[in-house]
Design a protein around this ligand. Sequence first.
Ligand SMILES: Nc1ncnc2c1ncn2[C@@H]1O[C@H](COP(=O)(O)OP(=O)(O)O)[C@@H](O)[C@H]1O
Ligand SMILES: [Mg+2]
Length: 146
Amino acid sequence: MKKRPVNEMKLTLPALPENEAVARGCVSQFVSRADPTVTELADIRCAVSEAVTNSVVHAYGNTPGLIYINARLYEDGRLTVQITDRGCGIPDVALAMTPLYTTDSGGERSGMGFAIMQSFTDGLKVSSRVGGGTRVFMEKYLKRQP
Ligand SMILES: Nc1ncnc2c1ncn2[C@@H]1O[C@H](COP(=O)(O)OP(=O)(O)O)[C@@H](O)[C@H]1O
Ligand SMILES: [Mg+2]
């Protein structure tokens, strides 16, 4: 039987640069209730920032659009965060996830966003369709204090 989350948050935000901080802050507040360690919280904040930044910058290219965030917390300390956009999509997800790969020609991006999401979580899945959008699914196990 599939376990139901003990708490859940759904958040829809317009793809504005300032909403990177809003998304990070809201997920952070949601997770705080589950008593994470300082490191766990910092990791989650960082991973969420990278995903939302990608939606703002790459998916919508700084044009109007919406970002859908869904966070779920389970009894065993498992946290899942899903960040979805309806932007341009990624033609080759495996290539996009390669460390240092970036389509940014301005030299502003490091190409390390997915690598950061990967290293700061316990699981990362990315699904995307060109012209349809991108969904980033992350999970992390909060280690409970004995
Ligand atoms: N939500 C998204 N929509 C469209 N393209 C994306 C999205 N997220 C990532 N990408 C593509 O994947 C590449 C790698 O992303 P990332 O690892 O975060 O590096 P960076 O953002 O520094 O380019 C981006 O340059 C972009 O081409
Ligand atoms: Mg990025």
